[in-house]
Design a protein around this ligand. Structure first.
Ligand code: 1PX
Length: 215
């Protein structure tokens, strides 16, 4: 085999993780959810080093979730639902201020969950975009409607600068490695309802348990 041969990146496989993370009774399997994020960070790294400060934070959060899964209590972290129950029943979440549990599964997943909303909005814009649409505009609109409200000024500024460095729509579609632009559009149309469902199920669960503001 050739040196450092990475499996060829294909965005539809990554997005499949968000399909397979849903069980029949609408539970969300953490291993699959995290695998989806791992694939997305690889995609982002392939866009260039400017994006590494964003993927760095996502990678940190992925690692925290993997650590929970590999811990003795790993079986409690099989699904988002079982994790929430386990951490709340055992007082393992800081609900009002960061103190004893800065790396709780509930807190960490909430950050990824908020980012999933950005992804949903961004991919929907890409899907419906015209050939001459600017990815930087689509990306920052999606960001301003979602994640930005949770970020301080400095991060918003840095994110805004990173968006300006995004490649154009056609390069973006090529890097996805899915096929023609038409095939990308179809793929996104297939994947988005599932991403949206995973997002909504998590949102409802977190709302029910008053976890949407974990500091
Ligand atoms: C075809 C499209 C695929 C694109 C894949 C891109 C994957 C995006 C991964 C973004 C993950 C961002 C996670 C952010 C989590 C977060 O909000 N963290 C903050 C709070 O954490 P804390 O522990 O302090 O409470 C943290 O402060 C974040 C810092 C990093 C900056 C985050 C900027 C987010 C911009 C999201 C848009 C990414 C645009 C990439 C374009 C491809």
């Amino acid at each position: 085999a050739a040196l450092s041969e990475e499996p060829k990146f294909c965005l539809s496989e990554v997005l499949d993780s968000f399909k397979t993370c849903l069980t029949e009774n609408k539970e969300i399997i953490i291993d699959q959810y995290v695998a989806g994020w791992r694939g997305l960070t690889r995609f982002m790294n392939s866009l260039g080093t400017i994006f590494s400060f964003i993927s760095k934070d996502a990678v940190d959060k992925i690692q925290i979730m993997v650590k929970h899964r590999n811990d003795v209590n790993g079986p409690r972290y099989v699904t988002v639902q079982s994790m929430v129950k386990y951490e709340l029943d055992n007082g393992l979440v800081d609900l009002t201020k960061r103190s004893s549990f800065p790396e709780s599964g509930c807190r960490t997943l909430l950050r990824l969950h908020r980012a999933l909303r950005w992804l949903e909005l961004f991919l929907e814009r890409l899907r419906t975009s015209a050939e001459d649409s600017k990815t930087s505009v689509m990306c920052s609109e999606a960001y301003n409607e979602s994640l930005a409200q949770f970020h301080p000024w400095l991060i918003r500024k840095a994110a805004g600068m990173a968006f300006c460095a995004l490649p154009g729509r056609s390069t973006f579609f090529e890097v996805m490695n899915v096929g023609t632009p038409e095939q990308v559009v179809v793929m996104l149309g297939d994947a988005l309802p599932l991403i949206s469902e995973v997002y909504q199920l998590t949102e409802d669960l977190y709302l029910k348990h008053k976890l949407l503001d974990i500091p």
